[in-house]
Design a protein around this ligand. Structure first.
Ligand SMILES: [Zn+2]
Length: 323
């Protein structure tokens, strides 16, 4: 087993708080073996665990947040918001232990997705003394147990046995600029860097708000570089496609970054598990991960995940039967 990773020195990045448009800061600090990832703001510290997490929607912005004490009935005392991106980056870089301080309790938004955090943290990684631990799927798990539908049976998350850790995401939107998109990305650093880390956070803009923004600049610090703008349903292209890094499927690429943020709440990387997401958002991703652990799908693993060539994947073979 390889050793756990943290970073060798603190690093601070500045971005924008999209709830108020003001600039804010995130500081990453080293943490000791087995401490895991924690966030702090205003002198209050909370561990990034599934137990403490909820999905929130505030002012048309959806995010993962951490509560202390743990939330009950999907509400709680929120300490930090928008934690999905740094968690996603830590998972991709294999960083096990990290203390993250937020200047105002909200993770900043940066230009071109999470690429700035990946570039800042990647070179600072340093080994601890304790060995890494991984999750794998229990051998007895039946295929039926691995599928978590929403109540309406329109969205699901499925965890499935796979030779390689991988995430598949499928979206369908009435907005023509998005339409149907699906993508599979192995849960491996190289693939994360190449396939998803530059994807910007999407934001849906009605025609009225677009006219408003045209006069006043973007809403709450959103810019062409930090937000993928989607206009009315009939608009064929993204409103700011000229500044895109990826092509048409930038939307689903960002959904994969967010999904990995929810997976990271498990506290370890997965070895032989793939995750399949259909149409889900933050709140349901957390709900599904909680359910998988409650159902005892996973157990300790010693082997790290193996690299996965794309051509090995037959998605039709993995699809659950439709309801
Ligand atoms: Zn996101």
């Amino acid at each position: 087993m390889p050793p756990q990773l943290t970073i060798k020195e603190p690093v601070t990045l500045e971005g924008v708080n999209v709830f108020n448009g003001k600039s804010n800061k995130i500081t990453f600090l080293p943490a000791g073996d087995d401490e895991g990832i924690s966030f702090s703001a205003r002198g209050h510290k909370v561990k990034a665990t599934l137990e403490n997490a909820i999905g929130e929607s505030r002012r048309r912005i959806h995010c993962l947040s951490l509560c202390d004490p743990p939330p009950k009935n999907k509400t709680g005392n929120v300490v930090v918001r928008k934690i999905e991106h740094p968690l996603s980056v830590c998972y991709a870089l294999g960083i096990d232990n990290l203390s993250i301080e937020l200047s105002d309790g909200v993770v900043p938004r940066f230009d071109y997705g999470v690429s700035g955090m990946v570039e800042a943290l990647g070179p600072l990684r340093v080994e601890g003394n304790a060995k890494k631990r991984y999750w794998r799927m229990n051998d007895w798990v039946a295929k039926l147990d691995t599928l978590c539908w929403n109540l309406e049976r329109t969205d699901y998350v499925q965890a499935f046995k796979s030779d390689h850790a991988i995430v598949h995401f499928e979206v369908r939107r009435e907005h023509k600029a998005v339409g149907e998109q699906k993508l599979s990305v192995p849960l491996i650093e190289d693939d994360y860097r190449r396939e998803v880390m530059h994807a910007r956070t999407p934001s849906f803009m009605s025609l009225g708000s677009r006219l408003y923004f045209g006069c006043t600049g973007y809403w709450y610090g959103m810019t062409d570089k930090n937000t993928l703008l989607i206009g009315c349903k009939s608009a064929v292209n993204y409103l700011n496609r000229s500044s895109e890094h990826y092509g048409k499927d930038e939307f689903v690429r960002h959904k994969i970054v967010d999904a990995i943020g929810a997976i990271a709440l498990a506290g370890r990387q997965f070895n032989n598990v793939g995750f399949d997401f259909l149409l889900t958002g933050h709140a349901f991703n957390v709900h599904a991960m909680k359910k998988f652990f409650k159902d005892n799908l996973f157990c300790d693993a010693e082997l790290p995940p193996q690299p996965c060539p794309y051509q090995d994947i037959d998605w039709n073979a993995e699809k659950p039967a439709s309801s």
